[in-house]
Design a protein around this ligand. Structure first.
Ligand code: ADP
Length: 482
């Protein structure tokens, strides 16, 4: 029997073990969908101390070895666990990964170099898995394609292909040059050849973009955008040079995880048969829980997001006063920059029955937000793909987005002449364009319920399952393996 092609899929986070954002969603669901395309795919991620005990207690030891990183000789264990049909490997080193949080430590340059090198170094030690392709995701795994084209690559891995997927170009892993030799163990010449150097800095992601056999990002529009100066974050000229191996594949969502008919987090489960009444019940229970005025007829807007510049919070704050003079409610779920948290909190204090702000990261609460809302605001400055607009549509909540990256590729703006669309969109990064679009949406909600419900039907019917994307990854892998 012909052997299935084998893929090692590397990510710093993955559901159900750990999620801090969209990467966790994607790494938790895409491998399953790729497996269904006929691949033997295995996930590899760090064994974080914060992974729930119910998973840690089921992990089995696979192997351990000493990993060399510059002058360091570190313990590296590999543990394994199978979940939902996918074998997962966990890179074990208590010093690097048994911590309270996931990102943002002073030694991230070292922890991430360790993880990236472990992905390569562990392969010869795995008893029953020799991948044809190593598929890396974001800057936390960016050094793997680099090491695999360096003198450190074991002979037997020289033909293994690498794919590097960019989920967010904003985070590249840029450090001072000291780490070339001391940490990464390269000479300056080799680091230059491997694409790691940019002026006086070392840039992990730049290395992956130069060395990977294929580069993908998470929407076709973002793949075009990053070839230019603004969205390219300083690397646009390299993307232009490598345009022939760069492509954009839109993310999907896990339709089982986000399914209002089965979602135990909701006040009341629903499908399209009981949508209108159930949406209202969810909204009213939600309003009561959050201290908003309880009135199922009021349009409820939500934001579920990291509170950072990327997500368009500056636009929202600029028009918030004017927006809240409309007969609407706003509920925000997110954590992030203090300036946004403080401004939103003060607005909630000022208008407690119209604005609610939950400054926390809570998966169960987020499902209640998606289900209760009528609209979700995603006015991002840039958005590689964005998942919240897709999840929201699954719950019959209409997205209001800026036309950029994956938002442009997933939301079809309402056309008042034809009635087509599954949401609302505006083009420029301009606060009043956002406000006018919101006013149009609010107006439609109050005055044209039939048209509104048509849009909701269109949104719910939009297919964001992983199948189409997994097929595209499969084509990409086939192209690589010849
Ligand atoms: P990001 O750029 O943060 O990855 P995405 O839209 O791609 O943005 O994915 C965000 C994911 O994180 C979604 O699954 C969203 O529901 C979830 N999320 C964001 N903020 C919160 C929060 N405060 N609590 C719970 N889930 C959140």
């Amino acid at each position: 029997m012909k052997k299935k092609p084998r893929v090692l899929f590397a990510s710093f986070e993955a559901e159900p073990f750990l999620k801090t954002g969209g990467l966790g969603d994607v790494a938790g669901s895409l491998p399953k969908a790729i497996k269904a395309q006929g691949y033997e795919i295995r996930l590899i991620m760090p064994k974080f101390g914060t992974i729930p005990e119910k998973y840690k207690s089921r992990m089995k030891h696979v192997c351990d070895f000493t990993l060399d990183l510059g002058w360091r000789h570190q313990y590296c264990g590999i543990e394994t666990l199978k979940t939902q049909g996918v074998t997962c490997y966990f890179v074990d080193n208590e010093y690097y990964f048994n911590r309270e949080g996931t990102y943002g430590y002073l030694d991230d340059s070292e922890r991430i170099a360790f993880f990236s090198k472990a992905i390569m170094d562990c392969i010869p030690h795995l008893p029953d898995f020799d991948p044809d392709i190593v598929h890396c995701n974001d800057w936390h795994t960016a050094l793997t394609p680099v090491y695999m084209r360096s003198h450190y690559c074991p002979e037997e891995l020289r033909n293994v292909k690498t794919v590097f997927t960019i989920h967010n170009l904003k985070f590249q892993g840029i450090y001072s040059k000291w780490c070339i030799g001391d940490l990464l163990g390269f000479s300056e010449d080799e680091a230059g050849y491997l694409g790691l150097l940019e002026g006086d800095t070392v840039n992990y992601m730049r290395g992956a973009i130069c060395m990977a056999d294929r580069i993908t990002t998470v929407s076709p529009t973002y793949a075009d955008e990053i070839c230019g100066q603004f969205y390219g974050e300083g690397l646009g000229y390299i993307f232009l040079n490598r345009r022939d191996v760069l492509s954009g594949i839109l993310n999907g969502i896990d339709n089982n995880r986000y399914n209002p008919a089965e979602d135990a987090n909701l006040y009341e489960k629903f499908d399209m048969d009981n949508f209108i009444e159930s949406k209202k019940k969810n909204k009213e229970a939600f309003q009561a829980e959050l201290g908003l005025e309880v009135n199922g007829d009021k349009p409820l807007m939500v934001i579920i997001s990291r509170l950072t510049e990327q997500k368009g919070l500056d636009l929202v704050l600029w028009i918030l006063g004017e927006l809240m003079s409309q007969d609407v409610q706003l509920a925000v779920l997110g954590v992030g920059d203090k300036k946004y948290e403080d401004s939103l909190r003060s607005m909630a204090g000022y208008l407690p029955n119209k604005v609610s702000v939950s400054l926390t990261f809570s998966e169960p609460l987020s499902h209640k937000f998606y289900a209760a809302a009528d609209m979700i605001l995603v006015p991002s400055l840039f958005e590689p793909c964005g998942l919240t607009q897709m999840i929201a549509m699954r719950y019959g909540t209409l997205p209001v987005v800026r036309e950029t990256g994956g938002l442009k590729d997933s939301v079809k703006p309402y056309n008042k002449y034809t009635g087509e669309g599954n949401g609302f969109a505006f083009a420029n990064y301009n606060a009043h364009e956002l406000l006018f679009t919101l006013k149009d949406a609010i107006n439609l909600y109050y005055n044209s319920p039939v048209e509104w419900n048509n849009l909701v039907n269109n949104a719910v019917a939009t297919n964001f399952s992983w199948d189409a994307s997994a097929e595209k990854y499969s084509d990409l892998y086939k192209g690589l393996l010849g």
